[in-house]
Structure formats: structure tokens, C-alpha cells
Design a binder for this molecule. Structure first.
Ligand code: SF4
Length: 231
């Protein structure tokens, strides 16, 4: 089954507990004001991939001892059929790869949909997830809650494993580092994680003082560039 992706990254250490494989879906119609991932909005942008290709990345990450899989975007639930296939496959591979005595890897999904917007079809697509972070990014509600961009967003455990891995973080505030920087597959700079309000502006200012100017950052209206994958 095909899916449209913005990108992948391993090891991801700023969106969920431990060292994780990060997968970003392409396409989002929710258009939250202040979204820092505007480059993920266009459903025709990004790159085409298949669920087996992504699962191969996950298999490799598990073999390396990954603590979990984080699926973000874009809006993963706007490719619900592919997401469902990916999550059930990821949970199966995780169960097959589990070593006795080692804690299992968890599967975490970000969605901009509110809990009341999770229709039966959308809930079914989340069947393989252990936890979900739900809710629109609301620029007027800044927060220090770990892995969340605004105070309304909630971590919701869906399985006993999700509760085990995520319960300690439901009300935890983020320490540092909150952002990772790395070149993406397209050679552009990528920032992974959720910055505090004003951190990106401060980063741009600091880089400029050092002679580095960011072109087309993805958090600027009208830009096509790449930046923080999630707010
Ligand atoms: S913050 Fe997330 S849900 Fe909102 S527009 Fe951006 S990608 Fe879509």
C-alpha cells in the first residue's frame, strides 16, 4: 500500500520517550494558525513510499534497540488506510522482535484532530498505536508540557504498554534538549521536536549573528521550506 511521506529520521530523541524512529506523513488540511510544519500541508508534496518500505525502517530500528516509533505529520489520519496498515504491521514486528527481559517498544501517533473528531473510522486506524497525542496546535495556548506545542494537547494512552510508557509524562514539563537538528533526505536542514514559544525566532537570530541565514523556514507563511515537524 502506498503512502505520502514528508520524511523519516532515526534516532529521534525529542518526540516521545527514548530513542525512536520518526515517520512524518505528508498532507494536512487542518491549517492551524502558527503551524511550524507548513511544508507538510500540501498532500501532493513530499515523497511517495510504501508501507513495507517504512516497516523495513522500523525492523532496522528495532534491531538497533529502538525504544519506540513516533508517527507525526502532516496529519497521519488523513491517510487513514495506510496508517492503519502501518501501525498494525509495526505492532506485529515489535511483538516478534521483543527480547525476553527487555521492555517493548511503543507506538505513538500525533494527530491534530480533537478527541470528539475521532470517528469510528479514525479510531480504527489507530488500532496498532499504544498512545496518541491529540488536539490542534493552538498558538494562543503556549505550554512547557513535554512533546506538546500547546496546552490543550493531550497524551492519551490506548494500551497497557502505552500507559506504562507515557503515564509518567502526561503532566511532565520538558527539559532539554527539545530540538534535534539534522540534514533531511533532501539535504535541507530539519529540526525535530517541539520548541518553546519564541525559541525558533531566537534560533534564527543567533544563527544570523553567526552569519547563517535560514531560507524558507517552514514556520513562515508562504514558505515551502523545512523546519520543525510538529507544533
Ligand atoms: S500543527 Fe499539525 S495539525 Fe495543525 S496544521 Fe500543522 S501539521 Fe496540521
Amino acid at each position: 500500500m502506498e503512502l505520502r511521506l514528508d520524511g523519516t529520521h532515526y534516532p529521534l530523541e525529542t518526540l516521545g520517550p527514548g530513542r525512536r524512529l520518526g515517520i512524518w506523513f505528508q498532507g494536512c488540511t487542518l491549517a492551524c494558525p502558527g503551524c511550524m510544519s507548513r511544508h507538510t500541508w500540501d498532500p501532493a508534496a513530499g515523497t511517495a513510499g510504501t508501507v513495507p518500505q517504512v516497516l523495513a525502517l522500523w525492523r532496522g530500528a528495532l534491531a538497533d534497540g529502538a525504544d519506540g516509533l513516533t508517527v507525526s505529520g502532516g496529519e497521519p489520519l488523513q491517510q487513514a488506510a495506510a496508517l492503519a496498515r502501518l501501525l498494525t504491521g509495526a505492532a506485529r514486528l515489535r511483538d516478534e522482535a521483543r527480547r525476553p527481559g527487555s521492555p517493548p517498544a511503543d507506538v505513538l501517533v500525533y494527530t491534530g484532530y480533537e478527541p470528539g473528531e475521532l470517528t469510528p473510522e479514525r479510531r480504527a486506524a489507530l488500532d496498532g498505536a499504544d498512545a496518541v497525542i491529540v488536539g490542534r496546535f493552538r498558538v494562543a495556548e503556549p505550554t512547557r508540557l513535554v512533546w506538546r506545542g500547546s496546552a490543550n494537547q493531550r497524551i492519551v494512552p490506548l494500551t497497557p504498554l502505552g500507559a506504562l510508557r507515557h503515564a509518567p509524562h502526561l503532566a511532565r514539563e520538558s527539559g532539554s534538549p527539545r530540538l534535534q537538528a539534522a540534514p533531511g533526505e533532501d539535504g535541507r536542514l530539519r529540526l525535530y521536536g517541539v520548541p518553546l514559544r519564541g525559541e525558533l525566532t531566537a534560533l534564527e537570530r543567533t544563527l544570523k549573528q553567526d552569519g547563517v541565514t535560514l531560507t524558507e523556514p517552514s514556520w513562515r507563511p508562504g514558505a515551502r521550506g523545512r523546519g520543525s515537524p510538529r507544533a
